[in-house]
Design a protein around this ligand. Structure first.
Ligand code: KIV
Length: 272
């Protein structure tokens, strides 16, 4: 039996039971120290594959390898003690078969000790979601705008803006729910469709660009902090961290050039 105190984290059933009761608050996180701050305020943290674009400067999420997700997943698990941590499955690590998905998702869970994984895709991923959930891997689904499919979608485009598109997205929501997903991310989905899905499915909908009707909200942390050079319309910048970083670096450079930093208070003297 373990002798070490195990931090009390929010569980998958606790997140699911919030449906229709209390809004679910979440952010992406890739980094131990910001995870520790966010942990005091959010219900779950997503180690999203957006880290490829936000942290590593890729143009899309497609190049992100599994080992990068594991590395950042471990960092976030070290920083967060209370929030449920969900790790994204990157492109190419789960789509081939339920068996491939299980192998890689189990590796992610063993290596990071996260509480759940997320994968993109609706009806086409239903068998995989069922396979994983039956074998002890909680799955958060992700439908609407699925960034790993931008080459098919033709870009980062809002989904469900015309009623003809609704049936497919509604079918995706129903399929992932019946397959056993514990929650579903709705990304860049028009409000009336997000409202209908949120009413119709018994699992929480987590919106990102899907209006306040969803059961919860998620944003990319760097976007809401004001650290990303460009953000979509659905992002509100709650801080101006990019400007604060630039001011700090400018002051540092000026003080080094003026030889006013390091000051005596930053300098070691002899002891005697
Ligand atoms: O990777 C990510 O950050 C995500 C969110 C946009 C939900 O999947």
């Amino acid at each position: 039996m373990s002798q070490f105190p195990i931090p009390r984290r929010l569980t998958v059933p606790e997140i699911t039971s919030r449906k229709g009761k209390e809004p679910i608050v979440s952010l992406t996180s890739y980094h131990a120290h910001t995870a520790a701050i966010a942990d005091r305020y959010v219900d779950f943290l997503l180690v999203g594959d957006s880290l490829g674009m936000v942290m590593h400067g890729f143009e899309s999420t497609l190049p992100v390898p599994l080992d990068l997700m594991i590395l950042h997943g471990r960092a976030v698990m070290r920083g967060a003690r209370r929030a449920l941590v969900v790790v994204d499955m990157p492109f190419g690590s789960y789509e081939e078969s339920p068996q491939q998905a299980f192998r890689n998702a189990a590796l992610v869970m063993k290596e990071t000790q996260c509480g759940a994984i997320k994968l993109e895709g609706g009806k086409r991923m239903a068998d995989t979601i069922h396979f994983l959930s039956e074998r002890g891997i909680p799955v958060m689904a992700h439908i609407g705008l699925t960034p790993q499919s931008i080459n098919i979608l033709g870009g980062f485009k809002t989904q469900g803006r015309t009623r003809e598109q609704w049936a497919i997205i509604e079918d995706d929501a129903r399929s992932v729910t019946e397959a056993g997903a514990f929650a579903v991310v709705l990304e860049a989905v028009a409000e009336p469709l997000a409202a209908k899905i949120t009413r119709d499915v018994p699992i929480p909908t987590i919106g990102i660009g899907a209006s306040p009707v969803c059961d919860g909200q998620i944003l990319v942390m760097e976007d809401m902090l004001g650290l990303s050079p460009r953000v979509p319309k659905f992002v509100k910048e709650f801080g101006q961290v990019g400007a604060a970083i630039e001011n700090a670096i400018r002051s540092y450079a000026e003080e080094v050039r003026a030889r006013s930093f390091p000051a005596p208070s930053n300098t070691y003297e002899l002891k005697d």
